[in-house]
Design a protein around this ligand. Sequence first.
Ligand code: PEP
Ligand code: CO
Length: 505
Amino acid sequence: MTHALPTRKHTTLPPPLPPLPPPPADWSPESWASRLAAHQVVYTDRAAVERAVARLREFPPLVTSGEIERLRALIASAQRGERFLLQGGDCAERIADCRPEPIARKLKILLQMSLVLAHASGAPVVRVGRFAGQYAKPRSSPLEVRQHPGGGPPLTLPSYYGDLVNREEFTFEARRPDPMRMVEGYTHAAITLNFIRALIDAGFADLHHPENWDLSFLRQAGLPPSIADEYHAITEGMLSRLRDLESARDGRAEDLSSPEFFTSHEALNLLYESAQTRRVPRRDGFYNLTTHLPWLGDRTRALDGAHVEYLRGIANPVGVKIGPACDPEEAVALVERLNPSDAPGKIILITRLGAAAVERALPPLIEALRRAGRAESVLWVCDPMHGNTVSLNENGAIPGGGAGRKTRAFADIQRELETAWEVHRACGTRLGGVHLELTGDDVTECLGGASGVTPADLARRYESPCDPRLNYEQSLELALTLARRMQRDRAKSARPPSSRTPGAR
Ligand code: PEP
Ligand code: CO
């Protein structure tokens, strides 16, 4: 028997949402094609594109509209402060990594982080993977230049746009965009999803089996003892709370241990996205059935561009990345364009402003949304990764892309996340989620953290073909950082007013 991704335990459904209004009359799954598309791939063989798209259209969908609606209801619940959203996975998922171990390790780290966050916040965590289709990447330059190893003239080739488009290898043949890779991407997304569904169905994510969760994996990972102890204490606390709740027959227990996972990816290659965008029986509207949660990248969010045009008509919840260059009024216009009826659960606003800018740039964004009456009806999510990328070369760390190895300092990631948490508190909004690039593997791509990855370590195990990811330990450490903030705030709000220090904030 097959199961939908959100499996078995549906006892604590948040109330179903009213259906979204129908898409605008001038919209269709292909109406984006008349708009300018940033980062759109230039294929040379039109007939091959048509063949690939025709094949994609025929495939069974990867996800169902029922699952998508459930995620929208969960996001609406997170917007009301009842849940927290954890979204994470590779920057660029690779077809070569469609193997059991990397997928299982990714699930495991997301599960462990969600356990930490659920315990600290006292609320269930909605888990969303950047997986099963995160195969397309925007690039800062359409071309990549490399020196010839033999010393000849430098070679210029198209950049690597992710496995959905071309291959990473630096040869002309590999870098040529190949439309059949969309079919390959789709089939590998299906294989990945099938494995995730099977693992979950087999009890992999069941909190009642702490052996799946804890000791052997932690010891293997060689976590610093302070982190292992803190995590272990949380696991114990969580399990005993789970037992209490269950013995009291409180429905929330079921929910806290629910093994649900949802999928997400950047909706970048619109040929791929629109090929599986359809009407479904017994529901209104068009659903993108390649993923539960597509998101709009910071580089493709032009209001009159193709990506916004495509996303404004679909019924899925949509993520919107907001970088430091985004004018607050532009962000408001985007939210209004993508969610004209202000429907709950529809928009997650993912700010990725950078540790240096977040304190200055986040308040005006919140204020602009508040003036438009939208500050409470989006889910505020912090992506502390993409505003903190530096290029490391012999001249040191240079902000942004450029020559040298891309990395991110754990301290910057941590600082942006903690600052975003505090800014939201101060502005009267709530940080409702976190969006991370991470892996369950022991890579050395981001610097620092308790395990102390140094610049010299970067060469040791740098595997990302695109942006640097948090490794297993760094991911867990970041979850613990956030958990401390959550716990501190809960303790503060639980204290009776008389016991609070006069004048203390
Ligand atoms: C990403 O999420 O990998 C990405 C490219 O992010 P952004 O659009 O925020 O730059
Ligand atoms: Co990235």
